[in-house]
Design a protein around this ligand. Structure first.
Ligand SMILES: NC(=O)c1ccc[n+]([C@@H]2O[C@H](COP(=O)([O-])OP(=O)(O)OC[C@H]3O[C@@H](n4cnc5c(N)ncnc54)[C@H](OP(=O)(O)O)[C@@H]3O)[C@@H](O)[C@H]2O)c1
Length: 192
């Protein structure tokens, strides 16, 4: 689980305004982290509001398979995620199909979606995933107890004032490493 937050614990501004939280060096570190995982997962709102590419363009190595949740297939086709540059899996409730580099996987949309997501990835031979937000997506995994490691980048010099709160760290965690790049602190947590 990975996110970047402001000094006052926000991951987005009011009305999902994108905040430039991490600096150019921590951004590059994030791309390195991406290159070390098989897949990268984001929630519907993150795909819509941030329009991320989720690639490793600031680092060498292979971009992970992109995975996005889009229950009703309402995300616009012009998002970067659908540009075909990298294999992309769309977890949804409506269709099972393969369209070029876009793979639609139909899931039973039951209560425990986090478990369903993991089962779907396992069935795709995907053995590791970095979840890059947003809050609801990550919180759902925390609530289900499904996570191995948490990486939080905190811009200690940036105050958002208001906006979307970061996920609540689960109980029973311990800090493994803390480092700093400029005004960004990088904290890695494991289960204690
Ligand atoms: N600073 C950062 O590191 C960072 C990183 C990523 C995103 N963000 C910000 O976070 C904001 C979006 O976060 P968010 O919390 O609003 O949304 P989100 O987690 O991106 O997406 C939430 C939506 O995804 C679907 N979803 C995903 N996982 C689900 C699950 N396990 N169970 C049920 N539904 C699930 C639901 O869509 P339906 O309701 O349609 O079913 C839900 O409304 C954006 O403004 C973005 O800028 C910041």
């Amino acid at each position: 689980m990975k996110w970047a937050e402001t000094a006052d614990g926000r991951i987005a501004g009011i009305g999902n305004k994108r905040l430039l939280i991490s600096n150019e060096y921590t951004n590059r570190l994030v791309h390195k982290w991406r290159s070390e995982e098989a897949a990268i997962l984001v929630g519907t709102n993150t795909a819509f509001y941030d329009n991320p590419k989720l690639t490793t363009r600031l680092w060498s190595g292979t971009s992970p398979v992109r995975i996005v949740i889009d229950k009703e297939l309402r995300l616009p086709a012009n998002l970067h995620l659908f540009d075909g540059e990298v294999k992309t899996i769309v977890l949804n409730s409506l269709k099972q199909a393969e369209e070029g580099n876009i793979f639609y996987l139909k899931l039973d949309w039951l209560d425990n979606l986090s478990v369903k997501i993991c089962e779907a990835l396992y069935n795709q031979n995907i053995q590791s995933v970095i979840v890059e937000g947003g809050t609801r997506m990550i919180q759902n995994f925390f609530d289900a107890g499904i996570w191995n490691e948490i990486r939080v980048i905190r811009n200690t010099a940036l105050i958002a004032g208001d906006g979307l709160a970061a996920p609540v760290l689960p109980a029973g965690i311990k800090i493994i490493t803390e480092s700093r790049i400029g005004t960004d602190s990088i904290t890695i947590y494991y289960r204690s």
